[in-house]
Write a protein that binds this ligand. Structure first.
Ligand code: SAM
Length: 308
């Protein structure tokens, strides 16, 4: 069986992504990172800039790229409606254009958009526009009444685009003269990112995108002399015990996610399989009582600022 990059098979990708979220102690840390870190970065550094326009009248415009089922986008809209650019006691106008190629995820987001939480609707009126396509398709698409955005975000989606081209495009074409690009992304110290460094010379990494880290984004910002802010990051433990269980196909989903390959166990050679499992065995911590094996993952938020 030929080996295949996980992102080329959406069904397998979504299954393995779910298994990754399920293996994280306390669940996905990104909403917390948005509520704690991104909210603070916005209110401390860029809320004046985002408030330049009266967003009680002219909507604050957000472009969400690779929004998935929208749970983080909604969390972020809540931050905007309750934090930085909110004009005290006034009702904010928000507009979000969403780009998402996965039909199922987009439908979930669309369904949620009809029943937004009161925390959000009490502070803002939100309108959505949907682009069911990849970012690459979006860039090529002719758009009538094209508009500029105040905020562009890539919440764990910069992995699936050529991030350099995408960020330069968003900075130059999607943002107006002022605005921010927020990227939630794995941190350099994450076991997941270190795995790709270990194996990139050995032909085991089919596609480097999923292993992009915050350092790739900050290096790009430095190269382009863009101002940027970086949050301290959020560590989380990932339980990888199941990847050593050879018996269950389902349990291989996490191994597929870590290696970013479809059915890694069946498609890798015996030698490569052993190398990869040895790597994870060496970097994990084992709890002697529970026999659980865990590694540290770390996510963080980078905010690129234009016009400050
Ligand atoms: C790791 S998920 C993150 C989803 C969501 N932003 C979140 O943080 O929960 C990556 C998302 O990027 C989407 N995606 C994959 N390839 C893409 C592309 N070329 N352009 C835009 N989005 C893409 C996937 O469908 C998926 O919803």
């Amino acid at each position: 069986m030929a080996c295949q990059a996980l992102i080329t098979c959406l069904e397998s990708y979504l299954l393995s992504l779910k298994s990754c979220y399920a293996s994280l102690s306390g669940g996905d840390p990104t909403p917390e990172c948005i509520r704690d870190h991104l909210a603070t970065l916005i209110s401390d550094y860029v809320s004046d800039m985002l408030q330049l326009e009266d967003h009680t009248r002219k909507p604050l415009r957000v472009l969400g790229i690779g929004s998935g089922d929208g749970c983080k986008d909604i969390c972020f809209l809540e931050v905007l409606s309750n934090g930085g650019p909110k004009i005290k006691d006034k009702y904010l106008q928000l507009f979000q254009r969403t780009i998402e190629p996965n039909e199922e995820s987009l439908e979930t987001f669309q369904a949620k958009s009809k029943y937004l939480p009161e925390r959000l609707t009490s502070g803002a009126d939100v309108k959505f526009e949907w682009f069911p396509m990849t970012f690459q398709e979006y860039v090529k698409k002719e758009k009538k009444d094209d508009i500029n955005f105040d905020v562009v975000h890539f919440f764990h989606s910069a992995y699936y685009v050529d991030f350099e081209t995408a960020l330069v495009y968003c900075y130059e074409k999607e943002l107006g003269s002022k605005g921010i690009i927020a990227c939630a992304i794995s941190h350099e110290e994450s076991a997941f990112v270190r795995y790709s460094k270990e194996f990139s010379q050995q032909g085991l990494i089919l596609n480097p995108g999923p292993y992009y880290s915050s350092k790739d984004i900050t290096d790009l910002a430095k190269k382009n002399s863009w101002k940027y802010l970086e949050c301290p990051g959020h560590y989380i433990r990932c339980d990888i015990t199941s990847i050593f269980d050879h018996s269950s196909v389902e349990r291989n989903q996490l191994l597929n996610f870590l290696t970013h390959r479809v059915d890694f166990r069946a498609t890798a050679s015996q030698e490569n399989r052993q190398k990869v499992l040895d790597y994870w065995k060496n970097v994990c911590e084992e709890d002697k009582d529970s026999e659980k094996r865990t590694v540290w993952m770390k996510v963080c938020m980078i905010v690129i600022v234009k016009g400050m």
